[in-house]
Design a protein around this ligand. Structure first.
Ligand SMILES: [Zn+2]
Ligand SMILES: [Zn+2]
Length: 354
């Protein structure tokens, strides 16, 4: 981690207006991923994992829709961007393909592959999505009595058939960082991928904030109070008059759930209404673990742009280089939410797209 990102104070203190929200406050940690060159010893999005050399790498054996991009090509493009960022004067050797990448590209481009591409149907190596050390994200809750202090999340980088538009085969792995002594240097990679499922390698700048539930998770009475503009219309109008007729939108966009990659907090809803999320093993209501978002803000959530980036974003707030540094694209600017069982984090997780 080499930067700080600071979420501006919320435009209104929502618990001062609706004290019944106060007990529902939950901590979340916005991750603020930004392109960089993370090591296996750092928290990252799309960076290399601290993985034991003698532990099998997870693969997906489901039926896939053909990939659209050679991962080797995307990897080289990523390294060239990182090289440019680190050496803006340009006097540094341009990255080249690794021998492993070149071998895959040669095979993809070979005449044999045009005649027989059955090797592309082999189980697909999962792709690193996030690596989170507890020292950086202390609100993580690992399984008890395991000594785990490192969470690793991987997913299948290909569309599944017939379920499309959402990454599948999500692996959630807890481990003790100190127990990994012999580190896997060259993990297997899928030959072809869905481009939007490959995060740009990013370092993180975790920041703890407080969230309140999405309107749809509140009691009907509280929902009605928030929709009733007369109670707080004047307060909203003083902040942004365009929201005065839509107090529930103001609550949604600026006061309740943060956009972007984050750990914990409350889930955002909108693609669907809230759905039951009970643990398949013990029935305990599951809680948000990690949200992987296709953007950190959009035109309706610019109040969440960190202080440090307000100036850069002032001309074009929705510039994808600023608003979506990971380049992740899930369906149409949606997010993947991973849930865990708070009673026993080792119980199976679940995912939803929102
Ligand atoms: Zn798969
Ligand atoms: Zn459970």
């Amino acid at each position: 981690m080499n930067a700080i990102r600071t979420t501006p104070p919320r435009p209104l203190d929502v618990t001062a207006i609706f004290p019944r929200l106060a007990p529902m406050a939950r901590p979340a940690m916005r991750l603020h991923p930004r392109p960089g060159v993370p090591s296996v010893h750092e928290s990252s999005a799309g960076g290399p994992l601290l993985w034991p050399a003698d532990e099998p790498w997870p693969h997906c054996d489901k039926t896939h829709q053909g990939g659209e991009e050679a991962l080797a090509r995307l990897r080289l493009e990523q390294r060239i961007r990182a090289n440019k960022a680190m050496h803006p004067d340009g006097d540094h050797p341009v990255p080249q393909h690794t021998p492993e990448e070149q071998a895959v590209l040669d095979r993809l481009n070979s005449e044999e592959t045009w005649l027989d591409d059955s090797w592309l149907d082999a189980p697909v190596a999962l792709l690193p999505v996030a690596q989170l050390y507890m020292r950086d994200i202390p609100i993580l809750r690992p399984p008890v009595q395991t000594g785990a202090d490192l969470l690793q999340v991987l997913w299948c980088p290909l569309e599944h058939f017939p379920e499309q538009h959402m990454p599948k085969t999500v692996a959630v792995i807890w481990r003790s960082a100190a127990a990994v002594t012999d580190i896997l240097v060259t993990p297997p990679e899928a030959p072809v991928v869905t481009k939007g499922y490959v995060p740009e390698p990013c370092v993180l700048a975790p920041e703890q904030i407080t969230e309140y539930p999405n309107l749809m998770e509140l009691s009907k009475e509280l929902q009605n109070q928030i929709r009733d503009g007369s109670i707080w219309q004047t307060k909203i109008a003083a902040v942004d008059s365009s929201y005065a007729p839509y107090p529930e939108s103001f609550y949604h966009d600026h006061l309740s759930v943060a956009p972007g990659w984050k750990v914990g907090g409350w889930p955002q809803w909108g693609y669907t209404d809230p759905v039951p999320r009970d643990c398949s093993t013990c029935g305990t209501p599951m809680e948000p673990l990690l949200s992987v978002d296709s953007r950190e803000w959009d035109s309706s959530t610019i109040s969440w742009i960190p202080d440090e980036e307000q100036a850069d974003a002032s001309l074009n707030p929705c510039d994808p280089d600023l608003a979506n540094p990971t380049t992740i694209q899930i369906a149409d600017n949606h997010k993947l939410q991973i849930y865990f069982c708070p009673a026993a984090p080792e119980h199976p997780h679940m995912e939803l797209m929102q």
